[in-house]
Design a protein around this ligand. Structure first.
Ligand SMILES: Nc1ncnc2c1ncn2[C@@H]1O[C@H](COP(=O)(O)OP(=O)(O)OP(=O)(O)O)[C@@H](O)[C@H]1O
Ligand SMILES: [Mg+2]
Length: 260
C-alpha cells in the first residue's frame, strides 16, 4: 500500500469578520497529490476559508498545520514568522486568484510575469528563464509568440492561462484556486479546466479549488467539502458526495445543478 504524506491538517478553523461569521469550525486533512473541492452558495465562506489556508487572513480560532519539509513534523501556520509566510507564498504555495488581473502585473510582459516566480538561486540565467517561461506558456496552450506582450491586452481566458503558468512554473507543493474559470465564457471554461486537470495531475501537486459549479468539481476533484452559512455540512470523496448526497442542502445542490 502506498502511504501518502499528509501536507495539510486543518482543525476547527474559524474566521469572524467582526460579528459576521466568515467560516466556522472547519476540519479536514489533505494528502500529497490530492485535489480537494470546496462548493457552496454565494456567501457560504469558501473564499474566507481559502484566504485563511493560504495565509492571506488570520483565523480567529483553530489550527492550520502544514508540511514544509517531509522530514519534519507539520508546522502551525499561525506560529511562523511573516517573513517565512511570505517566502512560502512565493515558492511553496501557488494562489490562483479568481480575477487574473489580481494575480498578474498587467504592464509587465507575459514572460516577465512568469520570470518573477522562477528567478531563484538555481535559475538566474536570462535565456534559461525565458525558455522556462516559453515551456509554461506552451503547457497552458498560450501562443508562445506573445511572450513579450503585456497581459493588459490579453483576453480574460488568456490572462487566466498566464496566471496559471506563472503560479505553476515555480513547482509549488500546494495550489489554491478560487473560482479559476468564474468570469469566463462556458466554452473557454471547459477548455481551461481540461488544461488545468492535465497539468495538475501530471505534476502530482496538491490542490484546493473553490467553485460553485458542481460539474467543475466532479470533473476535477478527489474530495469535496460542501459549505453552507460558513460551515461544512457534508464532506467525503467527490463521487460519493455527488452520487449519494446525505445532507439535504447537498441533495438540493445536486438536484438543481447536475440534472439540468
Ligand atoms: N471583508 C469582509 N468583511 C465582512 N464580511 C465579509 C468580508 N468578506 C466576506 N464577508 C462575509 O463572510 C461570509 C462568507 O463570505 P465569502 O466571501 O467567504 O463567501 P463565498 O462562499 O466565497 O461567496 P462567493 O461564492 O460569493 O464568492 C459572507 O457572509 C460575507 O458577506
Ligand atoms: Mg468567494
Amino acid at each position: 500500500m502506498i502511504v501518502k504524506d499528509k501536507i495539510l491538517e486543518v482543525k476547527n478553523l474559524t474566521h469572524y469578520y467582526g460579528e459576521q461569521v466568515g467560516c466556522e469550525d472547519i476540519s479536514f486533512d489533505l494528502y500529497q497529490g490530492e485535489i480537494l473541492g470546496i462548493v457552496g452558495e454565494s456567501g457560504s465562506g469558501k473564499s474566507t476559508l481559502l484566504k485563511c489556508l493560504s495565509g492571506q487572513i488570520s483565523p480567529s480560532q483553530g489550527m492550520i498545520n502544514f508540511c514544509i519539509d517531509k522530514s519534519q513534523p507539520l508546522q502551525d501556520l499561525c506560529k511562523i514568522s511573516e517573513q517565512k509566510k511570505r517566502s512560502l507564498m512565493r515558492k511553496e504555495w501557488g494562489i490562483v486568484q479568481q480575477n487574473p488581473r489580481d494575480g498578474l502585473r498587467l504592464r509587465v510582459s507575459a514572460g516577465g510575469n512568469i520570470a518573477e516566480r522562477i528567478i531563484n538561486e538555481e535559475i538566474k540565467n536570462y535565456s534559461k528563464i525565458r525558455n522556462k517561461a516559453l515551456e509554461w506558456m506552451d503547457k497552458t496552450e498560450m501562443e508562445k509568440s506573445r511572450i513579450d506582450d503585456f497581459p493588459v491586452n490579453f483576453s480574460g481566458g488568456m490572462q487566466q492561462r498566464l496566471q496559471i503558468s506563472k503560479i505553476l512554473s515555480s513547482n509549488p507543493k500546494l495550489v489554491y484556486m478560487d473560482e479559476p474559470t468564474g468570469g469566463l465564457d462556458v466554452s473557454v471554461q471547459a477548455k481551461l479546466l481540461d488544461t488545468i486537470t492535465i497539468i495538475v495531475r501530471d505534476l502530482n501537486v496538491s490542490m484546493i479549488i473553490v467553485s460553485h459549479d458542481l460539474a467543475v468539481v466532479k470533473f476535477l476533484t478527489d474530495k469535496l467539502l460542501v459549505m453552507k452559512s460558513g460551515k461544512v455540512v457534508e464532506s467525503g470523496l467527490t463521487d460519493r458526495v455527488l452520487d449519494d448526497p446525505q445532507h439535504s442542502y447537498t441533495q438540493l445542490l445536486t438536484s438543481s445543478i447536475l440534472q439540468v
